[in-house]
Ligand binder design. Structure first.
Ligand code: G4P
Length: 192
């Protein structure tokens, strides 16, 4: 998606050899107009699927996921990483290991928000090692729901997440695909 690639070139900051900082428009300060465009693009790509729920993990997946949910006019459910006063029982849970942060998080969704009748579209900000998506897929399986596809804002093709999902025959649509960072510059791979 050219608009997104241009924004990454303009505002993304390469950190070391494998991390892109996008806190100016995606995961700290959020550009609402860009989110609306991302939501429309995910809708265009997945509108042939009978989606009933959009699913993501807090926190950085929520902005693109709500924009997508607004296009589909279907609910967004986000997995929580922390138990809250009101989220205690009747949960689907999965453990997600973050290679970036070297920590494990339990993610949880209330059973009342996902059922065997649901066709789910997962939306997330980054696809790196694929652990977050794998955790959400585990929860979808627990609910007996159907996974219709995965929409990713920024995929890093040099990490193992995409292969993991391709091997499971999951439909993945990434709006920007990064194949490498070279001398502080982003090298884009062809779009899906
Ligand atoms: P995964 O997202 O494919 O599971 O891979 P990984 O375990 O490596 O990612 C762990 C966390 O780091 C995720 O956020 C993911 O979105 C984020 N991340 C991965 N690569 C990059 C990158 O290049 N730039 C930035 N800015 N973030 C990256 P999280 O732990 O779920 O945190 P949150 O921000 O959603 O709360």
């Amino acid at each position: 998606m050219k608009l997104l690639e241009d924004r990454i070139k303009k505002d993304g900051q390469v950190i070391g050899t494998d991390v892109l900082k996008v806190d100016n428009f995606l995961n700290h300060q959020v550009d609402p107009d860009l989110m609306a465009d991302l939501g429309k693009e995910f809708y265009r790509r997945f509108s042939n699927e009978p989606i009933t729920k959009i699913l993501t993990v807090e926190s950085s997946g929520i902005a693109p996921a709500i924009a997508t949910a607004m296009e589909f006019h279907k609910p967004l459910v986000f997995a929580r990483k922390h138990k809250s006063l009101t989220l205690k029982d009747h949960l689907y849970t999965a453990t997600v290991y973050s290679f970036t942060k070297k920590t494990s998080n339990e993610i949880a969704i209330s059973r009342k928000f996902l059922s065997a009748d649901d066709n789910v579209l997962i939306i997330d900000d980054f696809l790196a090692n694929g652990q977050a998506v794998e955790g959400l897929m585990e929860i979808i399986a627990q609910a007996g729901a159907t996974l219709s596809g995965v929409g990713i804002v920024i995929e890093k093709t040099f990490q193992k997440g995409r292969k993991l999902l391709d091997d499971k025959h999951v439909r993945v649509e990434s709006l920007a695909r990064i194949s490498a960072f070279e001398d502080g510059h982003v090298i884009f791979a062809p779009e899906d």
